[in-house]
Design a binder for this molecule. Structure first.
Ligand SMILES: [Zn+2]
Ligand SMILES: [Zn+2]
Length: 243
């Protein structure tokens, strides 16, 4: 560990992202020795689109069937109990340091997903509106994308770029309480590409967000990317996925 990193961890010790306990400053783990992230990994068989557990191999989950979701990807941890509290703290209570813990777990548990992408892909954080960013002080998806790029470099030596090419141009009311249809309507026209970012220098883009719920946010972002860059494949990868 670099001296600077060690000092930083000494003064801002990392916390277990499942129980909040302070971790050993020399450890590079995402969780404490008591917590078991494997308990939150979706079981097989999984939905071929969103990766949620399903009854029959090859069959889409009810959510993907109902909402015609097509963007394939992974949600690493099932959104329940400790993961639910953790994501809440990550998003609303300033625990942006959790990003590096999620990134480590995502790379560890979804190796089959990212190794299938080759090395020619970039991470695209799902943007939040400037107003919400000012209120919150950070965009959790951006923190996660940066932490993933850093974890890829440390664990695999791969240099995976973050391509911040999406903008959220429409402020919407919180989507949490809405059904999938109302979410889609609320999100119509909410995202645009940022011309300052240029064209992504890769063959695949992976949308990064904290949580996959109905898939409406991911699908809306993916549509914008596919429209502007028809030759680039679009996937998603989130720290958590609602069951
Ligand atoms: Zn713990
Ligand atoms: Zn699904």
């Amino acid at each position: 560990m670099k001296a600077g990193t060690y000092l930083k961890r000494l003064f801002y010790p990392p916390h277990c992202l499942l129980c909040g306990q302070i971790l050993d400053v020399r450890a590079a783990a995402a969780v404490c020795t008591h917590c078991r992230p494997a308990d939150y990994i979706p079981t097989n068989p999984r939905c071929p689109v969103c990766s949620r557990p399903v009854d029959l191999a090859g069959k889409k989950c009810p959510g993907c069937r109902a909402h015609h979701n097509v963007t394939v990807g992974r949600g690493t941890l099932l959104y329940r109990d400790a993961v639910q509290e953790s994501i809440h703290a990550f998003k609303y209570e300033g625990m942006k340091e959790y990003a590096s813990g999620y990134a480590k777990l995502m790379i560890e548990f979804d190796r089959d997903f990212w190794s299938g992408l080759g090395e020619d892909f970039a991470l695209v954080p799902v943007p939040i509106h400037a107003k919400r960013r000012r209120e919150r002080g950070y965009n959790q998806a951006e923190e996660l994308a940066r932490a993933l790029a850093e974890a890829f470099l440390q664990k695999t030596g791969m240099r995976i770029p973050v391509w911040p090419g999406l903008l959220r141009t429409k402020h919407t009311a919180p989507l949490r309480q809405m059904g999938a249809q109302s979410r889609r309507r609320a999100l119509a026209g909410a995202f645009q590409t940022d011309s300052r970012a240029g064209s992504p220098p890769v063959q695949a883009l992976v949308l990064i967000d904290d949580i996959y719920t109905s898939g409406s946010t991911i699908e809306t972002c993916a549509e914008v990317l596919k429209k502007h860059f028809p030759n680039i494949k679009v996937f998603f990868w989130t720290a958590a996925i609602r069951e």
